[in-house]
Every structure is written in C-alpha cells, then in structure tokens.
Design a protein around this ligand. Structure first.
Ligand SMILES: [Zn+2]
Length: 412
C-alpha cells in the first residue's frame, strides 16, 4: 500500500472533519455573553457535598476499569498472547475474526467485572440504580453483543478488503466504515434501544396534547412522544432524540413523566425539539463517519509498521491474528478522541438548551428544573478538568443555569 496516500487521506479527512464541526456546531452559542458559572448560587452546601461524596465513591472504580480495560487490550494487542489466542480459534478466517473479537471483548469485560460491580454498588447505595443483579448481568451481556457485532462486521470487511485489494484496502475500508456508522445510527433506535427498554406512546391527555402543540409551534412535526420504562433500572431523569429520517424518535423516561411537573417535561421536550430541528443526530453521525474514515487511514499507517506487526504476531491487515492489535488501537484512539467528541457534544447540548429557552421563554422554570434534574441525577456540579474532558457529554448544571441567566438578561 502507499503510505503517502494513506497519510494524505488521513490529513484531508481530519481537516474536513474540523471544518464540518466548525460549520455545523457553534463555537459560542450565545455570542457576546459571559455566563457566570457559580454552583454555590443554585445548589446548597449539602447538595454539593452529597454529589462530591458520590463521585468520590464512584470515580476510583470507573477510572480503574478504564485503565485496566486499556492495559488488557494493550497486552493482548502488542504481545503474542492475543494473536496466539486468535490463531487457535476455529471456523477459518471468518470464525477467527468473529470469535476473536468476542474473545478479546469478553476477556476485557470479565477482568473489569469486579470494578463494574463496585460501580453498580455505589449507584445502589446512592439510590440511583433500581436494578436486580439478574437484570444488571443481562444488560452487561447485551452490551457485549452491541459492542461485538458492529466491530466484527467492520473487521470482517477490513480483512476481506485487505486480502483482495492489498494496495487500496484502506480507502475502501474507510468508505465502508463511514457507511456502517451512518447505517448504525439510523438503525440504532429500532435495533439496539429495544434491547434495553420497552417503549409506549405517551398516554393521551393534556401533557401529550401540550407537547405535540409545542412541537407544532416549533415547526418540528413529531408523530408521537415515546415513554421508555427506565424506572426498571434507574431513578435518573432523562429524555433524548435518536435516529434520523424514518427512525427519528423523541423519548422521555417514565421517571421524568412520573415525577416532573408538566412545565418541566415541556422544557425538557423543548430541548429535544432543539436537537430535532437542527438534525443533531445527523450532524453527530456525519462527524462520526468522517472521524471513522480518518481513523481507518491512521490505522492503515500504523499497521504498515513492520516492527509493531512482528511484536503482535500478525503478518498484516489481512491476517485474522491482527484482530487484538486493531482492537487495542481502537481502544486507545477512542480514549484520545473523547475530549474532542465531548467538546462538540457539549456545544450541541448548549445550543439545544438555548432552543428550549427561546421556545418556552421561561428561564425561571429552566433554572428550577436544571437544579432538580442535577440533584436527582447526582450530576457532577463542578467537574475536575480530566473528568470533564473524558466524561462530560453535557455542560454541567451550573453551566446550563449560567447560560439561561445570560439569555434572560439579554431579553428586552
Ligand atoms: Zn440534549
């Protein structure tokens, strides 16, 4: 293969990705405003202390699980342990790829299992989890399936292309992965979400009528609002939009419908309508597809490094024994990309917040419901920089409230 062509393609794709992010996602959702973030203004010392205590209990196992997962992936990827394991699996090339992805994923999950159990115990201690261990274990099993199936499909495609087109496989693979990201995002609401929740339409009544009227007023036609049976797992309050085109759906947690006032539900739905109006799922999908294609080009460059291949015990990108190395590189790449992904996500979320303020015109209810949501969900109110970069897909509660105050102050 041509290393120069792959390097050039990676650079061009990354530049297009950055340009697309700058065009599609606002750098500053409220230009000229200087929101003042002050957690102490809207949350009591007791609320702040409880949230901090919760995160002090949760974070060590979460970080340890992250680090151990990377170490396990690294050991299997860059020593001969992983390639020997895959080499012994049955089923020819296809079997070795599929079972190899499954084996590497299962080994990682089993070794981090005690830490994940510890995290679940903390969630229970703080009243956030309502799950039985049976249902928790079943979810963990389904999560493995959800991770393994797309990874195995992608790797099967990569290996088949690398075998037939040894010079240009990376370019075809980049296109194939981008297509898989788009297909996955489209199918997610109908294929993956039903594995974890069951959904029913919001019952007819004043709330449903109000929400559909709100969507109508917003110019975002919504056929239905779906309620997810989240209370079987959690006491957390949430809502989201997923899919696009014919799979687009607006979902609210039953926990929210049962405990929030109609104004609060309306505010949350107004935020989700903001996502729908801007096609944020499609924006995220397009950025993800570009990022995935760029990642394949970088992967091809790394896999053309003979010393690394020799260490891992694989002969090249067409050898099933390369699977553990690819999975290790994906794990490292995902972690390195997390701060940028979360930065983009937080800006998209801030834009949706602004939309809900503009649509409802009600900053007071916005601030009150942000307070209640953050307290109920034990959200990190003052995240440390590392936690913020790695885990915060949304602005913190105090940041969201500060945005609302800035918006309200700018209204005539
Ligand atoms: Zn959102």
């Amino acid at each position: 293969m041509s290393r120069r062509a792959a390097a050039l393609a990676a650079v061009v794709l990354l530049l297009v990705l950055v340009a697309a992010a700058l065009v599609l996602v606002p750098v500053d959702v409220l230009p000229g405003a200087h929101p003042v973030v002050d957690a102490g203004r809207d949350f009591t010392p007791a609320q702040l202390a409880r949230e901090q205590e919760f995160h002090r209990a949760l974070r060590p196992s979460a970080y340890a699980s992250l680090v151990l997962g990377l170490v396990v992936a690294g050991v299997l990827g860059v020593t001969r342990l992983g390639s020997r394991l895959v080499g012994r699996l049955p089923g020819g090339r296809t079997g070795q790829v599929v079972l190899g992805v499954l084996a590497v994923t299962l080994i990682g999950r089993l070794l981090t299992l005690p830490l994940d159990v510890r995290s679940e115990l903390v969630l229970r201690e703080y009243g956030l989890s309502t799950q039985t261990w049976g249902s928790w274990a079943l979810d963990a099993g389904k999560a493995v399936l959800v991770a393994v199936v797309p990874a195995a499909l992608a790797l099967l495609a990569v290996l088949a292309l690398a075998r037939r087109l040894p010079r240009t496989w990376w370019a075809w693979s980049a296109g194939a992965l981008a297509a898989l990201v788009v297909l996955g995002s489209f199918a997610y609401p109908v294929v993956v979400e039903p594995l974890f929740h069951s959904f029913r339409p919001l019952a007819a009544g004043p709330l449903r009528t109000d929400l559909l009227a709100l969507a109508q007023e917003d110019g975002v036609p919504v056929r239905d609002v779906l309620v997810a049976d989240a209370s079987r797992r959690t006491t957390a309050l949430n809502a989201y939009v997923s899919g696009f085109g014919s799979t687009r759906r607006l979902v609210v947690y039953d926990t929210l419908v049962q405990t929030a006032s109609p104004q609060e539900v309306e505010l949350v739905v107004a935020h989700e309508l903001g996502h729908a109006e801007r096609d944020d799922v499609l924006v995220g999908t397009a950025l993800g597809a570009l990022g995935g294609a760029a990642a394949v080009c970088v992967l091809a460059l790394v896999l053309s490094w003979p010393a690394l291949l020799a260490r891992s015990g694989a002969t090249g990108p067409d050898d099933p024994r390369v699977v553990p190395l690819v999975l290790a590189l994906v794990a490292v790449g995902t972690l390195l990309a997390a701060p940028a992904v979360n930065l983009v996500s937080r800006r998209i979320e801030a834009r949706a917040d602004l939309h809900s303020l503009q649509l409802t015109g009600d900053a007071d209810t916005f601030i009150r419901s942000e307070q209640r949501l953050a307290v109920q969900n034990l959200s990190d109110l003052e995240p440390a920089p590392l936690a913020y970069a790695l885990f915060s897909t949304h602005p913190s509660g105090p940041e969201r409230i500060a945005l609302a105050r800035s918006w309200a102050a700018a209204q005539p």
